[in-house]
Ligand binder design. Structure first.
Ligand code: ZN
Length: 320
């Protein structure tokens, strides 16, 4: 998703999908709706609201269609859904998602464990989804993104060759996705590696086809990585409110980069997100109430906003 003229960075909230699928508790549908509505009201313009996977595999996502249908009623919000395969894509499109994203693990071991499919099988699925998308009337056609997951390392295979990530990004484009994203699924990425991989992938598929990265804060490098990505010209950053989610392979670690801290950094740097930070901070209450005992992360929420903070352009004001 490209940014529009009135914002510099698109903050794409993925907590209702990535965060919720990584914890045991099942958030009630009403709380999910309240969360999505409150973040949209705070100015968040894109939310990955769910994953279309069978409820027996992920009971946390059993209400995916209802959540998409609700989110679609919010004006100005881009509703994104994760789909693991053609069946998931059909369901997401029927529910009315504006955009669908399919993960392809650079590590084939991870792909087999996660989607039970080899690279060739996932690419074939992408081809079929692309054909389905093209067959729809223009006004009902969702955006289609392919995300190279475990792009910076894998908990099962360890290091992932960069040439493999570049090759898979090319194969995704050939198979018909509109855009490719790079996902640090495991929280292994460092800023140098991120810069290098963004350049390598863009050199092959074109800068316009790689506009977003998905980062985790497992080892505390989330914001350093986000800054490196911004300096490479990336304009969409995924994050999760309260860093919800954790990592099954790293006990005690947080999940995605924390939306509140990311927005504070961007705001302080004078980069426009369209998000009202005090209103965003207030949304945490919905999570705390709906998920009692679940860890919520973030430095800005704990420390509070700095003295003299003014929403939007605080950094600009202090530089004057
Ligand atoms: Zn993730």
């Amino acid at each position: 998703m490209q940014t529009t003229a009135d914002i510099d960075v698109l903050v794409s909230e993925v907590g209702p999908r990535d965060g919720l699928q990584s914890i045991k508790a099942v958030m009630p549908t009403a709380a999910k709706k309240a969360w999505i509505a409150a973040e949209a009201a705070a100015g968040v313009r894109e939310i990955e609201v769910c994953s279309f996977v069978p409820a027996k595999l992920l009971p946390q996502m059993a209400d995916a269609a209802e959540v998409v249908a609700f989110a679609r009623t919010i004006p100005g919000l881009t509703v994104l859904a994760l789909v693991p395969n053609l069946r998931g894509a059909e369901n997401a499109i029927a529910a009315g998602a504006h955009k669908i994203a399919l993960p392809l693990s650079a590590s084939e071991t991870h792909s087999k464990a996660n989607l039970r499919r080899t690279h060739d099988q996932v690419i074939e699925e992408v081809r079929q989804i692309a054909a389905l998308v093209r067959s729809l009337p223009a006004d009902r056609r969702p955006g289609f993104e392919g995300n190279v997951a475990t792009a910076f390392g894998c908990t099962l295979e360890g290091p992932v060759p960069e040439r493999k990530v570049v090759e898979l990004a090319c194969r995704l484009v050939e198979a018909g996705v509109d855009e490719v994203g790079l996902s640090d699924t495991t929280g292994y990425a460092n800023p140098q590696q991120l810069r290098r991989l963004i350049r390598l992938v863009r050199a092959e598929i074109g800068a316009e086809r790689l506009s977003g990265v998905h980062l985790h804060n497992t080892r505390g490098l989330g914001l350093a990585n986000a800054l490196a990505a911004l300096e490479e010209g990336i304009t969409t950053l995924d994050s999760s409110l309260g860093g919800l989610g954790g990592c099954p392979y790293a006990p005690g670690a947080s999940g995605n980069i924390v939306t509140e801290d990311l927005v504070f950094m961007l705001d302080a740097m004078g980069l426009r997100t369209g998000i009202d930070l005090p209103r965003l901070l207030a949304v945490r209450r919905i999570l705390a109430e709906a998920l009692p005992g679940e860890a919520l992360y973030g430095f800005t929420p704990d420390a509070g906003l700095p003295k003299g903070y003014e929403p939007g352009g605080w950094g600009i004001a202090t530089a004057a």
